[in-house]
Ligand binder design. Structure first.
Ligand code: ARG
Length: 256
């Protein structure tokens, strides 16, 4: 009898120690950042058939997080209001193919640039009236609301602008002949015009408007969560290791 009590007591001790060890391991958990992304922008950020948020930006931030030993949670957030949410502190950063512009730099801080893009002019596959941006005069042009695409179209004299919440809605209106062209970042123009199941064969890229944009991770002014140094260091490392090029080739094509 006594021996059984001893065995039980020992077992109890072992269990408690195991439990404590488990807790101790979980305790110094890595720093976690909540990052907003508008997953309407294939192949940069979009929702796949399994309802998972995937794309270039997602692989990029995961590779950087692994390199710099932090954790990320991606929060799918509508583009319209994504900056307001950052200001309100609803998340720590935006990673959503955000172009670094002088105007935005007045209000937010940006990481080092991680991607180069221009604006693509997408038209219907059978269109032969629109070749360059000049041909957009007198036409109705679809854009995602308040993007650099919208800014580019506003500069084209005589072009009428129609804003959409997401680029795929603009593409749909293009196929349905409610707009004459869609202007959107080059990787996304290529994604829809050349690859998407929904629009393949129906659309083509007429040409590019050279806007020379670069994307950056966006944080509140002053980088209160101190994320930018981690992002920049990780970006440098994954560029040096070849990981960046692998991600680029997976989602975009030949690395620059
Ligand atoms: N690069 C453009 C901009 O900053 C469009 C970005 C839109 N991103 C998105 N995930 N919808 O205005």
């Amino acid at each position: 009898m006594k021996q059984w009590k001893l065995v039980c007591a020992l077992m109890a001790i072992v269990m408690v120690v195991t439990l404590l060890a488990g807790c101790a391991q979980a305790a110094p958990s890595a720093k976690k950042f909540v990052i907003a992304s508008d997953a309407s922008f294939p192949p940069m950020e979009f929702v796949d058939e399994a309802k998972k948020i995937v794309g270039f930006d997602i692989d990029l931030i995961n590779a950087i997080a692994k390199d710099q030993k932090f954790e990320v949670e991606i929060k799918n957030t509508a583009w319209d209001g994504i900056f307001a949410g950052l200001e309100a502190g609803q998340y720590d950063a935006i990673l959503s193919s955000v172009t670094i512009t002088d105007e935005r730099k007045e209000k937010y801080d940006f990481s080092d640039p991680y991607f180069n893009a221009n604006q693509g002019i997408v038209v219907r596959a059978d269109d032969n009236t629109i070749k360059t941006e000049k041909d957009l005069a007198g036409k109705t042009v679809g854009v995602q609301i308040e993007t650099t695409g919208a800014i580019a179209v506003r500069k084209i004299e005589g072009a009428r602008i129609k804003q959409f919440d997401t680029p795929d809605l603009a593409m749909l209106d293009l196929v349905n002949k409610n707009v004459d062209a869609v202007v959107v970042d080059t990787p996304v123009a290529a994604g829809y015009a050349l690859q998407s199941e929904q629009f393949k064969g129906k659309l083509k890229i007429a040409s590019e408007i050279v806007t020379d944009e670069t994307y950056g991770l966006t944080v509140q002014k002053g980088d209160p969560k101190k994320l930018l140094p981690l992002f920049n260091a990780g970006l440098k490392n994954i560029k040096a290791s070849g990981e960046y090029n692998k991600i680029y080739e997976k989602w975009i094509g030949k690395a620059p």
